[in-house]
Design a binder for this molecule. Structure first.
Ligand SMILES: Nc1ncnc2c1ncn2[C@@H]1O[C@H](COP(=O)(O)OP(=O)(O)OP(=O)(O)O)[C@@H](O)[C@H]1O
Length: 342
């Protein structure tokens, strides 16, 4: 593997509940991103993707607490559990410059009373109060020219822009400080197909130009991830269950959950109309009280006795890691995809 840009070690993040029972939404997750690559983070709704992104971006606020874990990035090792509990007090260069988060729905959060140029100045000044308006706007304008986007957008209000343009603008603004790592949470989900393509092309151009040196791309949308990412990490019920090169996961899933997730996606080929996509039986567990052993075992058609009693350890086959008892007993065997024909 090429040089590592980021490595999160044994990260656990919990939501403190009024009932006193904490919900560990991210449980002992270890994740690595090589320099210059895009890592896709996928899994069903509620599996902890946004919580993991929030913890890595060092913007966890109560009731979310990072209770364990370190982040190695850019030669620093940051103990995430000892950062101030109020994210506003976290060392500024960590937030925004080391890691920048493009939150879910960011494009709809732009104030209707601000022009894009005002937003640029606000964001730049939040990081460095002494930045002049002219310098902030010069930087934004240079960045837009570099990305072949129209600079007149800076004079617009959000409601004057299309959804696709708004999303590209918030992406540009959230990377003006050249963060080492950008975490983009569902950046394409609310966009039409051509706007998705434009955003993806822009993200790839930004990585190519080293505006940021790595991206974690969070989405449910596996077809988008398989197009854009170098690596994938699949989460289930707060845990990363499989990670590796995108091509390896898509063609040779080693965890039954990954295989089930992939086979829930319709591939628009000639025989699509005759295919039954089986989906994944059952529903994800309550993270406050997850199943014992492997958390996926109640929904897994490959489950064995050990799966309900003992949590599987992460195993490696080359650059491909997975936590599954069935895969351990069936080295290098591809999990069959569950698609039937009418
Ligand atoms: N403020 C909160 N208090 C308590 N539990 C929460 C809170 N926010 C999220 N959770 C729980 O944490 C778990 C993980 O949520 P998270 O939003 O990280 O999942 P996700 O995979 O990003 O989902 P989605 O794809 O729907 O965005 C969920 O089970 C959710 O119910």
């Amino acid at each position: 593997m090429t040089k590592s840009l980021m490595r999160a070690n044994n990260l656990t993040a919990v939501y403190a509940a009024d009932s006193g029972q904490d919900v560990p939404a991210v449980d002992n997750v270890t994740l690595e991103l090589p320099e210059g690559q895009i890592l896709g983070l996928a899994g069903e709704s509620g599996c902890g993707k946004t919580t993991l992104g929030t913890a890595l971006a060092m913007i966890a606020n109560p009731p979310l607490y990072v209770v364990a874990g370190t982040l190695e990035i850019d030669g620093n090792e940051i103990n995430l559990s000892t950062l101030p509990k109020n994210a506003n007090q976290v060392h500024r260069p960590y937030r925004g410059e080391t890691v920048s988060l493009l939150p879910q729905g960011a494009m709809n959060a732009i104030s209707p009373t601000l022009r894009i140029r005002d937003l640029v100045v606000d964001v730049m000044r939040a990081h460095n109060g002494s930045v002049t308006k002219a310098d902030a706007l010069d930087r934004a304008s240079d960045r837009l020219k570099m990305l072949e986007m129209p600079t007149r957008v800076l004079d617009s209000y959000a409601h004057q822009l299309s959804g696709g343009m708004k999303q590209r603008m918030v992406t540009v603004i959230s990377t003006l400080l050249n963060p080492a790592l950008l975490i983009a949470d569902e950046p394409t989900s609310a966009l039409d197909v051509s706007s998705q393509k434009a955003l993806i092309e822009m993200l790839l151009a930004m990585v190519e130009a080293k505006i940021m040196r790595g991206v974690i791309f969070i989405t449910h949308d596996l077809p988008v991830l398989s197009m854009v990412t170098d690596r994938l990490a699949i989460m289930y019920a707060g845990k990363v269950v499989e990670t590796g090169r995108t091509e390896d996961l898509v063609n040779n899933a080693r965890h039954p959950y990954t295989a089930a997730l992939l086979s829930s996606v319709l591939d628009p080929t000639e025989d699509t109309r005759t295919k039954h996509v089986l989906g994944i039986p059952g529903s994800p567990p309550n993270l406050g009280n997850p199943p014992s052993g492997c958390r996926f075992h109640p929904r897994c058609k490959f489950a064995m006795d050990v799966c309900s009693t003992t949590e599987p350890k992460m195993l490696s086959e080359g650059d491909h890691d997975f936590a599954c008892w069935w895969a351990k007993e069936h080295p290098r065997e591809t999990i069959p995809m569950e698609v039937t024909h009418a």
